[in-house]
Design a protein around this ligand. Structure first.
Ligand SMILES: [Zn+2]
Length: 163
C-alpha cells in the first residue's frame, strides 16, 4: 500500500509505503487525512487506520528538482491514455522523432500511442507517414507531477491532487 504525503501547506510531497507513513503519524509528525477503510494496522498504542493520505505537522522546505521525472506512465497520464495519432485508447509510448534517428527520450518527443499506430509508424518520422500531432508534447506542470509515484494515483488521493 502506498501513502501520499502532503506538506503542511497541502502540496503533494512524496509517495511512501503506508508503513513509513504510519511511523510519521505515530511519532506525531503527521496526521491522517484519508484512510483505507477496513484495513486497520496494529502498531504502537493499539489499532491505527491505514493511511492513504497524511499531512505533515510542520512545513518542510524541499528543493524542487529542475524537471519532472520522465516516465512511461507519466507520458500516458499526460496524454490521457489516448493515442496521439488516432485518438484511440493507448497503452504504449512512441518516440515522435524515432530514437534510431536521433530522437530524444524527453517529454517533447514522447507521446501516448496505441499498439497499431506504434507498429505502423515504427522508425519513420511524422512527415514520412504524412501524420500530424494534434498538440505539441510538453513537460507537464504542477507540483503533483514533481513527485515520484504520482503516475499511479489511487482514488483516495484525488481530492488532494487538484494542483
Ligand atoms: Zn493510434
Amino acid at each position: 500500500m502506498r501513502t501520499l504525503i502532503l506538506n503542511a501547506g497541502y502540496e503533494p510531497l512524496a509517495v511512501v509505503s503506508d508503513r513509513r507513513a504510519l511511523i510519521l503519524v505515530m511519532a506525531g509528525k503527521a496526521s491522517v487525512l484519508a484512510g483505507v477503510a477496513g484495513h486497520p494496522v496494529f502498531g504502537i498504542g493499539g489499532m491505527w487506520e491505514r493511511p492513504s493520505v497524511i499531512i505533515l505537522a510542520r512545513y518542510v522546505r524541499v528543493p524542487m528538482a529542475s524537471g519532472v521525472p520522465l516516465t512511461r506512465r507519466g507520458v500516458l497520464r499526460r496524454d490521457g491514455h489516448r493515442c496521439a495519432y488516432c485518438g484511440k485508447s493507448a497503452n504504449t509510448v512512441d518516440h515522435v522523432q524515432p530514437k534510431s534517428r536521433g530522437g530524444a527520450d524527453s517529454w517533447d518527443n514522447l507521446v501516448a500511442a496505441c499498439v497499431t499506430c506504434n507498429n505502423k509508424k515504427a522508425d519513420k518520422t511524422l512527415r514520412e507517414m504524412g501524420w500530424e500531432l494534434p498538440f505539441a508534447p510538453r513537460q507537464p506542470h504542477g507540483t503533483a507531477w514533481m513527485v515520484r509515484g504520482m503516475e499511479r494515483p489511487v482514488p483516495q488521493w484525488s481530492d488532494y491532487l487538484a494542483a
